[in-house]
Design a protein around this ligand. Structure first.
Ligand SMILES: NC(=O)c1ccc[n+]([C@@H]2O[C@H](COP(=O)([O-])OP(=O)(O)OC[C@H]3O[C@@H](n4cnc5c(N)ncnc54)[C@H](O)[C@@H]3O)[C@@H](O)[C@H]2O)c1
Length: 255
């Protein structure tokens, strides 16, 4: 696979390591400011790559900033590249960006969580919730811990898992992400978020009955899980046609 890394920040560097370990060819690294990357635009990089001796399809793997997504995706389409978009924070432009991408006929996979382990965890959590809800004995809650620099709370992963739990527990109709200074209502699924030190991300599903507690924990050690998932998604998208959310890739993986 010939890959262009777009965004050479923390994730871009992780992606580079995973690409090298899996024997892929990195034909470009695009970032306006980072040493070791090219400050070319995607259009300029595409021209340079098209004029270079290598052959075969190109996939862009982008973990950059939301402001650049619309312009970059249009440029991937013009270049005839496939793309993996891991950049987050562009929900407000989603329909426009994806419609324009579809119009170019390009292949693209996008999503806010490419971590293999986190996506495995959501599926396990859903199954555990389904079984325990069937007994009629268990209540559910979710606890998450992250480092103190994290901007959002609860995490996107926590909300993703909470949504799955809510769907499996017929009595839970509402996700409650706030500190409660009152009793929790039976229809509320409580999501408890803590911020401390450097924790990369820990999520625990708690299934509690009068007799016992079942806990299911995902504990990230680094960003590598995201990078492995993104590179595997890049390998997958070269075999697909059209625009796909990352869930479609993981559905295929876990089939
Ligand atoms: N989808 C996922 O699984 C997942 C996982 C981790 C991070 N992310 C997201 O990936 C993005 C990057 O995260 P990070 O931790 O690497 O951030 P970072 O700040 O370390 O790196 C972002 C890099 O993008 C560069 N950049 C900005 N505009 C650009 C453009 N137009 N073209 C190319 N490069 C550009 C910046 O110079 C910077 O080096 C964020 O949106 C983050 O939320 C997604």
């Amino acid at each position: 696979m010939r890959v262009v890394i777009v965004g050479y920040g923390q994730m871009g560097h992780e992606i580079e390591i995973v690409l090298r370990n899996r024997g892929h060819e990195i034909v470009g690294i695009v970032d306006p400011v980072k040493p070791g990357a090219s400050a070319l635009t995607v259009d300029e990089a595409a021209k340079a790559i098209a004029g270079s001796p290598g052959t075969g399809p190109v996939v862009a793997i982008e973990f950059a900033l939301p402001e650049g997504v619309a312009g970059n995706v249009a440029a991937y389409g013009r270049a005839g590249w496939s793309a993996v978009i891991g950049t987050t924070g562009w929900e407000d432009q989603k329909t426009e960006v994806l419609t324009n991408a579809a119009d170019t006929g390009m292949n693209l996979v996008y999503g806010s969580n490419f971590s293999v382990g986190a996506n495995l965890f959501v599926r396990l959590a859903r199954y555990a919730a389904r079984l325990s809800a069937r007994t009629g004995e268990y209540d559910a809650a979710l606890v998450e811990l992250h480092h103190r620099r994290k901007k959002d709370s609860p995490s996107g992963t926590a909300l993703m898992v909470a949504e799955a739990l809510k769907e499996e527990f017929p009595d839970k109709t509402e996700i409650q992400p706030e500190t409660l200074h009152r009793r929790v209502k039976p229809e509320e699924l409580h999501v408890i978020a803590g911020r401390v030190g450097s924790v990369p991300g820990t999520h625990t599903v708690i299934l509690d009955s009068v007799a016992d507690t079942v806990e299911l924990t995902h504990r990230a050690r680094s960003r590598q899980g995201f990078a492995v998932g993104a590179v595997q998604a890049a390998e997958w998208i070269t075999e697909q046609t059209g625009i796909h959310p990352v869930e479609a890739f993981f559905d295929d993986m876990f089939q």
